[in-house]
Every structure is written in C-alpha cells, then in structure tokens.
Ligand binder design. Structure first.
Ligand SMILES: NC(=O)c1ccc[n+]([C@@H]2O[C@H](COP(=O)([O-])OP(=O)(O)OC[C@H]3O[C@@H](n4cnc5c(N)ncnc54)[C@H](OP(=O)(O)O)[C@@H]3O)[C@@H](O)[C@H]2O)c1
Length: 341
C-alpha cells in the first residue's frame, strides 16, 4: 500500500494504491513501515511546488522523507542487518508506504527507547535544525538565536539544539496555544506574534540584534529577520511557508505576488553590514553521505545523552493522510504529525 499523487492539487489528489516493491537491490534494505513523518514539504510536493520532486521523480509521485519500522529483507551487499532489526530511514520521496526498499546508506538503527512514531518524527527535523544551526549558523554559547515557528517540527528542534549549544533561544509562535510547547522545548523567551508586536518585543530582548536568525517563513518576516541581525549575524533561510495561504488550494496570483515581494539581498550591503544570508535544502544533499552520517551520529548521541527529546507526535492512519495534510497546512499544529500504515 502506498500514497500516490498523480497530478498536483488539493487533498483529493492523495490516493491510496496497493502497490508493493519487488525484492531489494543488493545495496538496499526492505523495511516494513510502522510510522512515517509528515513534513510541510510533503504538502508542497502534493501541490507540485517542490523543485527537487520535479528534478528527481516527476509525476506520479509518492511523498515522504522519513520512515521507521523493521527490516524484513536485506540486499546481498548489506552487512550487519537481519530481519526484525528496528530501523529508521530517510527517503528522497516515496516514504508514504507500508513496505519500502531503501538504500542501506540511508538507514540507521532505531534507538530502543523510541516508539516507531517518535523515531519517524526525528530525522528531518533534527538534520534540518542541526545543519541550520551548527553547519551554517555556527551557534556558540551565549549567542542570541531567534527561531520562527518555534512550536513546529523543525522550529521546536531548533530551540532544543540552541539550548543544547548554550545559546539564548528566543522563539516566535503564531498562536497562543503554541506558547507552552515552545517553552517546553526550552525557549528562554517566547514571542506570541498573534498577541504582541513581534519586532518590538524582539528588539527589547536583543537590543544589539541576534547572532543567528532561523527563518522558514519567507516573505512575511525575511526582511525584518535580516534587519534584526547583530553585526556578524547569520540569517539562515530554509523555507518559505508564508508564501502560501493556509489550506490546500494554491492561489497562483498571490503566490506570484509573494514571490516578487520576497526580499533579495545586496552583496554590497552584506559586506558593509557584516551580515550573512545562507540557505539550504536537505533534499539536494542526499549524495553528501559523510554529512548525512555525521548528522545521524549527532542525533543518536543527543538522544543517548538525553540532551534532545523526540517531538510530541500526533498520529493518523495512513488512509487519513488528507487530514494530516489539512492539519499541517492550517498552521495550527504543534510538534510533528505521523502517519501509521
Ligand atoms: N530547507 C530544508 O531542507 C527544510 C527541511 C525541513 C523543513 N523545511 C521547512 O521548514 C518549515 C517547517 O517545516 P515543518 O514540517 O517542521 O512544519 P511546522 O513548522 O511543523 O508547521 C508549519 C508552521 O509554519 C507556520 N506557518 C506560517 N504560515 C503558514 C502557512 N501558510 N501554512 C502552514 N504553516 C504556516 C505555522 O507556525 P507559526 O504560525 O507558529 O509560525 C505552522 O505551524 C517549512 O517551511 C518547511 O518547508 C525545510
């Protein structure tokens, strides 16, 4: 069983089909999937707005970047795996399925302390937050870090990693019911932008500016995120979700208008102001095996020493995938959504 999207569009495009994979290739493991992490990017894939989905797959497509379950078969060249081993895998699409063949280099052993839902909820948020904060942001102890959408999947992990690194974490949330979740991740300050003026409060909390700002909002906040950097500050751009309305339909005129309104940064100004703007997309980094391995080792170490916790998860049966997408696109969710085949 897998979810197949034949054409871009709304929730009705998420169809379930009985397709199963054949035997795994020599370098692949076959995994019986128990849980699948849902990411905002999956909604963009469904809408036909995700560039790497077009580059690597095209139509039809099965979305999904991460799964947890157990190994049922190992290809001839895969050493150290036996049927029954608990496994977590990152997938470049294709994860919304009950049975899956995945290159062994993208699979790691699931810690026994985690449920499959917790395990499936971790790879994308951790790897994204770790790469943003440490590989690009160079977050040092004492650094002031501003994190948008701090109660969400990636945002919550950014708060946890910032605190783990000894930073001062200022989280921003878009609704009052999210404040507690951002605090529970460890945020020193939570700004509820539905009730208080985001940038006035941010300035009061960091009069000299922020050393790191992590922004996946895009058009709504990017300009001010840049303006609130301290000298030598780094703005890490990793998403653009405010370009789109809440809800499943794409409004093309508004999207084009928001695209045009998205700030462009002038290299002359960056130089004179000693500020940097950096961006990345994990789905184009799968070939960087050493980087992936390093990130996964960091994740396992952080789980083992207790410095990082799995996000809170809300589970949906795989057949209710449309509800999960609707919830994520509402902008009201806290933590991570997970599908269970
Ligand atoms: N570059 C990469 O490699 C990479 C990897 C993973 C994720 N991402 C990006 O990181 C962001 C967060 O992803 P996630 O899966 O962890 O989602 P999430 O943060 O759990 O949920 C999205 C959050 O974004 C905010 N939001 C603002 N406008 C929205 C809109 N029009 N529709 C939906 N949500 C909206 C809402 O929080 P508030 O209202 O509280 O702000 C919402 O809760 C996304 O932009 C995603 O594309 C990038």
């Amino acid at each position: 069983m897998r979810v197949i999207v034949h054409r871009p569009g709304g929730y009705e495009r998420l169809t379930i089909a009985p397709a199963e994979p054949g035997a795994p290739a020599p370098d692949e493991l076959q995994i019986r999937v128990r849980a699948i992490g849902v990411n905002y990017a999956d909604c963009l894939v469904r809408r036909g707005l995700y560039a790497s989905a077009r580059d690597y797959v095209g139509w039809p497509i099965t979305p999904g970047f991460e799964v947890a379950g157990e190994v049922v078969a190992a290809g001839a060249a895969c050493e150290g795996w036996t049927p029954g081993d608990p496994a977590v895998a990152v997938t470049r699409f294709g994860g919304y399925a009950g049975l899956l063949n995945v290159p062994a280099a993208q699979v790691f052993r699931a810690p026994a302390t985690l449920t499959p839902a917790q395990a499936a909820a971790l790879p994308t948020v951790f790897l994204t937050a770790w790469y943003a904060l440490h590989k690009l942001g160079d977050a040092r102890p004492g650094a002031r870090v501003l994190i948008h959408s701090a109660a969400g999947g990636v945002g919550g992990m950014l708060v946890q990693l910032a605190k783990r690194a000894g930073c001062i974490a200022v989280g921003v949330v878009g609704a009052s019911h999210k404040v507690e979740a951002a605090r529970a991740h460890g945020a020193d300050v939570v700004i509820d932008k539905s009730r208080e003026p985001l940038w006035t409060v941010a300035r009061a909390r960091a009069p000299g500016g922020f050393e790191v700002v992590c922004d996946a909002n895009g058009v709504e906040t990017l300009r001010e995120s840049y303006r609130h950097l301290a000298p030598t500050g780094r703005l890490i751009v990793y998403g653009f979700h405010t370009m789109l309305p809440h809800g499943g339909r794409t409004r093309w005129l508004r999207l084009a208008w928001n695209y045009l309104r998205t700030p462009r940064f002038n290299p002359l100004a960056l130089t004179q102001e000693n500020r940097s703007v950096m961006g990345f997309n994990l789905s184009y980094l799968f070939e960087q095996r050493a980087l992936l391995r390093e990130g996964v080792e960091q994740l396992l170490a952080a789980l083992a020493d207790g410095s990082v916790r799995a996000p809170a998860v809300t589970c949906y049966p795989l057949a209710r995938v449309a509800e999960a997408h609707r919830a994520l696109e509402s902008g009201q969710t806290v933590g991570k959504l997970v599908l269970e085949p």
